[in-house]
Design a protein. Structure first.
Length: 421
């Protein structure tokens, strides 16, 4: 039986023209890139690069000006689509705010738990020591707190009638609350900025923390000598549960920036500042909304509410803060996690053994791109197209090797914005 003649080799020119036609069909589809699938998103950069090489070949081979011009037009259109920024709409801005405060800020707080814990130990430890010392000896109060403030407090305590709760400086009426709350809000914002900036010079921040701790313990213990410790504590902690934690968070954000200068690790200080600055921003972002809420409570609730209401507000706000810091963002991790039993996406060869601490670990895989764990997810349509393509390429945190996921601390600042703790 006679063998069939061999098929002619494919014509490279026809293949080039077919890819150009595919690029034109993709760019001219009604609805634009909003209608593209994930595979088409990945295909566009390849078609764009191929079109650039085709133009060079056509010009070298003396191809007709019409074909070359059409290829150039497609290149220009594809370039504009790939590099065009989108103006975020209200929905995307709201989604970004929800992710920032609901996911990224709590993750940043958990990453910096050591700095936060050290600050809280110093603040509340000194408050406890000052309280115990002044409770035993009232004469120690002027040496731990401004003598004028101690004298004014004692005068107010003596002027308080029997059976009436001591209110300290919170003796303004309900009609004065709006103006007073406005002043308190401005003061709180100033204090937040002060703590953040002072933490850039750690000794100044430690001095401020120590001063506030001594003031808190001394003021309460002086009132306790007149049996008013519980009354004034209920007023202070009604808004202080939010306020004190917020200013410590502001100081921690400043410490993170200072750490980038003093301990840049494997990076230049300029690069370390850029990396740690993003984390500091996530720590600082919730500070001013928290201080705003504390100012409203201090102006309208703390001075006028009954004792059960003040205690309920203190306990409730504390529980919400703890739940937000401990649980915030974990739902997003579960949503990003792959289905159980799905195979892991392998990292670079030998990554578990050869990657040094602090090194960049993960890059987009080469073409063709395997489907990432967790399915073929479509990125949000309002992202710039190159970022959408990048997100469709890059695995999530759960896709990284176990050795990569175990590294913590400063490596978190190098990870992609989709990852978290």
């Amino acid at each position: 039986m006679a063998s069939s003649p061999p098929s002619p080799p494919p014509d490279p020119r026809q293949e080039d023209l077919a890819r150009l036609r595919r690029l034109r069909a993709l760019l001219e589809r009604p609805g634009g890139e909003q209608r593209w699938t994930d595979e088409e998103l990945r295909e566009l950069p390849r078609l764009y690069r191929h079109a650039c090489s085709v133009v060079a070949r056509f010009e070298s081979a003396g191809e007709s000006a019409g074909v070359t011009g059409e290829a150039r037009r497609l290149i220009g259109t594809a370039h504009a689509v790939l590099h065009r920024e989108r103006t975020p709409g209200p929905a995307s801005l709201a989604a970004a705010a929800i992710r920032l405060f609901g996911v990224e800020c709590p993750r940043a707080i958990r990453r910096e738990w050591r700095l936060l814990a050290a600050a809280f130990v110093l603040l509340y430890g000194l408050a406890g020591l000052a309280g115990v010392a002044v409770a035993r000896d009232l004469d120690l109060a002027p040496s731990l707190l401004d003598p004028a403030a101690v004298a004014a407090e004692i005068e107010g305590l003596r002027a308080t009638e029997a059976g009436e709760p001591f209110r300290g400086n919170f003796d303004f009426g309900l009609g004065e609350s709006p103006a007073t709350a406005g002043w308190i809000l401005a003061h709180n914002m100033f204090v937040g900025i002060l703590f953040f900036s002072s933490a850039l010079v750690a000794p100044v921040y430690l001095y401020l923390l120590a001063t506030n701790g001594l003031m808190l313990g001394t003021y309460t213990a002086v009132a306790d000598h007149w049996g008013q410790g519980g009354a004034i504590s209920s007023i202070l902690w009604c808004h202080g549960v939010i306020e004190i934690q917020a200013i410590v968070l502001a100081g921690t954000a400043g410490l993170v920036l200072a750490r980038a200068v003093l301990l840049p690790g494997p990076w230049t200080r300029r690069r370390a500042l850029a990396l740690e600055g993003r984390r500091a921003l996530r720590l600082l972002a919730p500070v001013f909304p928290l201080l705003f809420a504390a100012g409203l409570i201090e102006g309208f609730v703390s001075p006028h509410a009954s004792l059960p209401v003040r205690l309920s507000v203190a306990v409730g706000t504390g529980a919400v803060l703890v739940a937000w810091a401990v649980l915030g963002g974990r739902w997003a991790l579960r949503a990003e996690a792959p289905p159980s039993g799905s195979p892991a996406t392998p990292g670079p060869a030998g990554s578990a053994a050869v990657w040094p601490p602090g090194a960049e670990r993960w890059r987009p895989p080469p073409d063709p791109v395997p489907e990432t764990r967790g399915g073929n997810r479509s990125p949000p349509a309002d992202l710039p197209l190159l970022r959408r393509i990048r997100r469709s390429f890059i695995p999530t945190r759960a896709d990284r090797p176990a050795a990569d996921r175990r590294t913590g601390g400063r490596d978190d600042a190098r990870r992609h914005s989709d990852s978290g703790v």
